[in-house]
Design a binder for this molecule. Structure first.
Ligand code: TRP
Length: 320
């Protein structure tokens, strides 16, 4: 059986450099090796919040981020949940394949509930991993590039696929998670770079915005720049970021900066990031609103055709 890659993101805000080095760069590589689907998981946005918010804007922005970093819509099918009724319909038979106890055990769901600011936990919070199984199985995805937190969802997907095949006959492949070594990318406060911490550099930041963000980064008064993850997380974060952008090691950069202090470190990092983002900004600027709309319409059409075929197979297998 030939491999097919499926992965995706929730459209909740702009992607940042942590996303780039953690997953987007990898996708750009994978698109030349496998057929690939990338999902804008818009229905999944309402798992941990009451309303989808500025969902249209976030969807367009996410698509622009994808295209800007070099995900090629001629090779990759980019699509959204809300445009594929047949994908969503798979949720119903799939839910019949898992027990409530299994839904409750999911460690990522538990963690999200613990960190949620919602007054009440919705049923979707417990069932979205099964919906995610539909995301992966509607196109018979076999390779799922994801971070560690998503492993329980890939396990649920394998469970759903295995039980479906046992009960109704062989329809689905058992997908595998593809975990690359993901470098920890620190944000501008020395903690993990993340949207919610407000310490990230968005891929869509302008040169000036990038400079302003890095200027405010947390460092320390020691003028001698050294790479020490434990004791100097802020300095180490900037060195790592600059290093990734330049394709050099953080230790080597530290030696070069020497006793130049935080000011030099920040100047070097700003130049490195801006140089790195230049082609990404250029590609983004070349895309018009019409291109973006057309790419999404075409991706949704392709994904929908796939979903229609799979749902039909499922109905036949189940005897409906
Ligand atoms: N849950 C993923 C996240 O929060 C997004 C996602 C939805 C996904 N469906 C998927 C990832 C299917 C991989 C495969 O980032």
């Amino acid at each position: 059986m030939n491999d097919l890659v499926l992965t995706g993101d929730r459209p909740t805000g702009p992607l940042h450099l942590g996303h780039y080095f953690g997953s987007l760069a990898n996708r750009v590589q994978l698109q030349d090796r496998y057929p690939m689907y990338v999902l804008i998981a818009d229905y999944q946005v309402i798992t941990d919040r009451d309303v989808p918010g500025e969902i249209r804007k976030h969807t367009t922005d996410l698509l622009l981020d994808y295209l800007a970093v070099g995900i090629d819509p001629a090779k990759v099918t980019i699509f959204q949940h809300s445009a594929i009724p047949e994908l969503n319909q798979l949720l119903l038979p799939f839910l019949s394949l898992v027990s409530v106890a299994e839904l409750r055990r999911n460690p990522t769901v538990k963690d999200e509930i613990a960190h949620s600011s919602q007054a009440a936990v919705s049923g979707l919070m417990f069932t979205y991993p099964v919906h995610q199984a539909a995301d992966i199985l509607f196109c018979k995805g076999t390779l799922v590039p994801v971070g560690r937190d998503q492993l329980p969802h890939v396990e649920v997907t394998r469970l759903v696929a295995r039980r479906f095949n046992e009960r109704y006959g062989e329809v689905f492949p058992l997908p595998e998670a593809l975990m690359g070594e993901q470098p920890l990318l620190r944000g501008l406060d020395g903690g993990k770079m993340s949207k919610s911490r407000g310490n990230a550099i968005p891929l869509s930041a302008t040169e000036d915005e990038t400079a302003a963000l890095i200027r405010k980064a947390v460092t320390d008064p020691d003028r001698m720049i050294t790479y020490d993850e434990e004791r100097r997380p802020g300095v180490a974060g900037l060195l790592t970021l600059a290093g990734l952008c330049l394709g050099r090691s953080p230790g080597e950069l530290a030696e070069e900066i020497g006793d130049g202090g935080a000011a030099t470190l920040k100047r070097v990092t700003t130049e490195a990031v801006n140089e790195f983002l230049r082609p990404i900004r250029k590609r983004r600027a070349e895309l018009g609103a019409d291109d973006v709309r057309r790419i999404l319409v075409e991706g949704n059409e392709r994904a929908r055709e796939r979903a229609v075929r799979t749902l039909e197979e499922v109905r036949v297998a189940m005897g409906f």
